[in-house]
Ligand binder design. Sequence first.
Ligand code: ADP
Length: 397
Amino acid sequence: MKAIVTLNAGSSSIKFALYELSGDSLRFDAGGKIEEIGTAPRLRARNADGDILERNWPHDGALSHEHLLEDLFAWAATQLGDREIIAIGHRIVHGGPYFAAPRLLDDALLDALDTLIPLAPLHQPHNLAAVRALRALAPDLPQIACFDTAFHHDLPALATRLPLPRAFHDQGVRRYGFHGLSYEHIAERLREADPDRVGGRVIAAHLGNGASMCAIRAGKSVDTTMGFTALDGLMMGTRSGALDPGVILHLQTQLRMSAQEVETLLYKKSGLLGVSGLSSDMRSLHTSDAPQAAEAIDLFVRHAARQAAALIPALGGLDGMVFTAGIGENDPVIRARICESLSWLGLALDAEANGRNASIISAQGSKVLVRVIPTDEEAVIARHVVNLIKFEGSHSP
Ligand code: ADP
């Protein structure tokens, strides 16, 4: 039996999944993630029956990504049975202006993707390090890049432009958009649910540790809240989201913070964590009595609603809203509060349906159909891998 592996290697976690390939169809077989890399790494995985498989590393947090990947593969080998891994698909955060379609990762592509590291300093290096680590372990195994920017590749020109002198745009300082694999999955689900209109004019809200929104019209991205980097837009777990650029000037010129310190502040110490002073995790904040926790949640909701409203001009109205990712799929309180702030657009929720994370949570008569759709970036990657292998196969001599 052939199998495909997907990998999403981040700074503090590595997510993975294994799919069995039979003919053209993929079947989820097992998946999970290594969390808390750098502090106390631990593997949690489940097989298709939902059985939990776990692995704790007895040592300290100093194990490198490479070491953990090697260990993950050794562990996976014991689980494979008669399955043979024929390709690995990677989530690669940045494809820059040129790369959109999934591509086989060779030396030339890796070199080109290295040049995009400054545009995604916290994600791209880990994505590429995982590719290189696996090449060393299994040099003949095809590895395929699937880009998180790809779904936004054909954004209308205006949505890609920053209000800076033109020369910067030509040098690549422009808006790209991220979370594209997640939005691609949402657009596919909407196409199934509403084949004629793909949901019409929709805002998809990916609310996880990273958070963004995408304006989708007729199945295509027409605007999105993350821009040049994955720092823009919504307030997130540890990232600031959109910020007065004057603040950054102040931090550097008046407070004498180095570029490195500003980067760490904006990516790792801001957002829910920074405002609450307690945690970047929405669940923890809900359980806290501290007023700072409540204020962090209030600000998250305020910024989410503000960013959603800012997408309306690109859509010219709103027919649907979709919530996805950790918070979007599981947190009725946050969904209700964001929808309440947007009620002037015609959103009304059914409290009972919202409370049980139903697939449609809007009330009958709501002008905007509100859905909860679990994201599945791994399935999108696996499907791309299969399509690419088929395409390459049909073009080989
Ligand atoms: P990542 O961006 O790392 O993939 P996730 O999509 O897993 O993140 O989202 C993580 C966020 O989702 C955290 O803030 C977490 O608290 C939140 N979350 C997960 N489950 C729930 C839940 N049942 N209720 C509220 N928030 C949740």
